[in-house]
Design a protein around this ligand. Structure first.
Ligand SMILES: CC(C)(COP(=O)(O)OP(=O)(O)OC[C@H]1O[C@@H](n2cnc3c(N)ncnc32)[C@H](O)[C@@H]1OP(=O)(O)O)[C@@H](O)C(=O)NCCC(=O)NCCS
Length: 196
């Protein structure tokens, strides 16, 4: 099985190894303040056992969510996960969002604080979206993000996404309150997956 699932110049997206070294990387990144600010801010810091419990089944392919590590110049710098939105119907119904059948979703962070705003996030989102269109038949790639995360919105816009619809109340919490989120979407280039 090949390790790198998508690459473009100095950027690569690779499998997570089911090994403590990779889980330790993700734990350290998740607990960095610049990530915690926007990624489950009300949750306790991630522990190694928590990471193995959550990511182990996903890493082994036993879960609809596929987690991956982003490498830049051969060095691990961040995390991305993607999933078919069709597996998240109860969540979508709860937040009142409807998406085209066959849409894929993603979440991403750059774990190293010195490497944000250097174009890696937008390039990674574009690369994984192109891969989902080409290899998974995605009809659209859509993500849900906190409305106040201006840097993320700018990065996803650069990756070819646009805001769709109005802000809505998410199930994610900040300071005990449900956050206001937006949907960003990139349509499949040239039409739907079955060519219509
Ligand atoms: C969101 C994230 C993945 C984007 O990746 P990145 O590599 O930092 O993004 P890029 O460098 O590709 O693009 C950043 C854009 O934001 C802009 N930007 C930077 N700081 C900003 C701010 N405070 N407000 C608005 N825009 C900002 C940059 O100018 C750039 O836009 P441009 O390309 O049009 O000039 C990354 O910043 C990150 O991991 N943040 C912390 C965790 C997080 O927010 N995850 C996403 C949850 S939805």
């Amino acid at each position: 099985m090949k390790d790198v699932i998508a690459a473009n110049a100095d950027l690569a997206i690779r499998r997570i190894r089911d090994h403590p070294d990779d889980y330790a990387l993700i734990v350290a990144w998740r607990n960095n303040p610049h990530v915690r600010e926007w990624w489950d801010p009300d949750e306790q810091p991630m522990t190694m056992s928590g990471a193995i419990e959550q990511l182990g089944p996903q890493t082994r392919g036993d879960d609809p969510t596929t987690p991956r590590i982003i490498e830049h110049d051969g060095i691990p710098v961040g995390y991305i996960e993607f999933y078919p939105w069709d597996a998240e119907k109860p969540y979508l119904a709860e937040v009142g969002v409807s998406l085209p059948k066959g849409s894929w979703g993603l979440d991403i962070f750059i774990g190293e604080s010195g490497l944000v705003s250097k174009g890696i996030g937008s390039r990674t989102v574009r690369l994984i979206s192109d891969t989902l269109f080409a290899e998974r038949g995605a009809t659209a790639v859509a993500l849900i993000m906190e409305a106040g995360n201006g840097r993320a919105q700018a990065a996803y816009t650069r990756a070819g996404m646009r805001v769709s619809g109005e802000p809505f109340l998410d199930t994610d919490m900040r300071d005990g309150q449900r956050v206001e989120s937006i949907l960003m979407i990139r349509d499949r280039p040239g039409g739907t997956a079955d060519g219509r």
